[in-house]
Design a protein around this ligand. Structure first.
Ligand code: SAM
Length: 291
């Protein structure tokens, strides 16, 4: 098999050899630290019976390590210029396949069906392009793909928001969306020095274990997320004011206080203090009233 490429020297040599200049617009910050790669790969609980779906293989540093452990690796890369390089770095790993495409446009359910036949469990493992972290993760979650874990390197600030419990400044609609579908765990904080080129922010590896079923009972998921979103529209305002602005008119507004009480929520609270269970209750009460 090809040499491991996760070192600054090997990475720079390869980029030079292929005359490749990295595109900031595609979030091309390549990992050059074997220890961090190790932490990512071990967090994913892979073995030869399992598969890894990688998003953005770059020049293949993580792909190589995944291919050593997983039975099957499929990596979706948007930048065509990287294909010859990946062919070189993935030589000797026949279980690894690169697919050219924009992960936001690819039909991932079809890709999984096609590419992971006979594989027991599939996890997404990636060092994500930071400019599209949230859209990519929301796509993976909302499409309810058959995934075991999602282990990804993302901006530390975004990881903190995803894993945040109620009550603090990091807690918001992203926390609730992620925690509705998954159990989050921050695996490690990563300094910007382990990338070429170095990004301006610190990163974190987050492990999302996909739940078999949501932790709360929600009748209309779209409406539940709509209520959550509305409750955080103006963080400094009360839940009462945010909901009034979104769902009520001057005439219907007097009913809101009673509805909040029916859901067991003090109207003077702020959105950031409500648990997921409270949002579920609130959305059930509001749905019954508004529809
Ligand atoms: N996995 C490599 C590593 O860890 O060194 C590269 C990670 S780099 C942060 C992100 C990679 O995602 C780049 O190779 C970039 O070209 C690719 N990428 C960016 N946008 C993408 C998209 N929409 N779909 C698929 N790949 C994308």
């Amino acid at each position: 098999a090809a040499l491991d490429i996760a070192s600054p020297k090997r990475t720079n040599d390869l980029l030079r050899k292929h005359n490749l200049t990295l595109k900031k617009s595609l979030g091309q910050n390549f990992l050059v630290d074997p220890n961090i790669l190790n932490k990512i790969v071990s967090a994913a609980d892979l073995d030869a019976s399992k598969g890894a779906l990688e998003i953005g293989p770059g020049i293949g540093a993580l792909t190589q390590q995944l291919a050593k452990i997983a039975g099957r690796v499929v990596a979706v890369e948007i930048d065509q210029r990287l294909l010859p390089l990946l062919q070189e770095t993935l030589e000797g790993y026949p279980q690894a396949t690169v697919v050219l495409g924009d992960v936001l446009k690819v039909d991932l359910r079809a890709l999984i069906k096609e590419q992971f036949q006979g594989v027991s469990k599939i996890s997404v493992v990636a060092n994500l392009p930071y400019y599209v972290t949230t859209p990519i993760l929301m796509k993976l979650l909302e499409e309810k793909l058959p995934l075991e874990h999602i282990v990804v390197m993302i901006q530390k600030e975004v990881a903190d928001r995803m894993a945040a419990p109620p009550g603090g400044k990091d807690y918001g609609s992203l926390s609730i969306a992620v925690q509705y579908y998954c159990e989050p765990e921050i695996v490690t904080i990563v300094p910007h020095t382990v990338f070429i080129p170095q990004p301006n922010v610190d990163s974190a590896v987050i492990k999302l274990t996909v739940r078999e079923r949501p932790p709360v009972e929600v009748e209309d998921e779209a409406f539940f997320f709509d209520v959550v979103q509305a409750s955080f529209t103006q963080r400094r305002k009360t839940i009462y004011n945010n909901l009034a602005a979104k769902y009520f008119t001057k005439e219907t507004k007097p009913q809101l206080e009673g509805l909040l009480h029916e859901a067991g929520i003090e109207p003077s609270r702020r959105g950031e203090t409500l648990s997921m269970e409270e949002y579920a209750r609130l959305s059930r009460v509001l749905a019954r009233h508004l529809n």
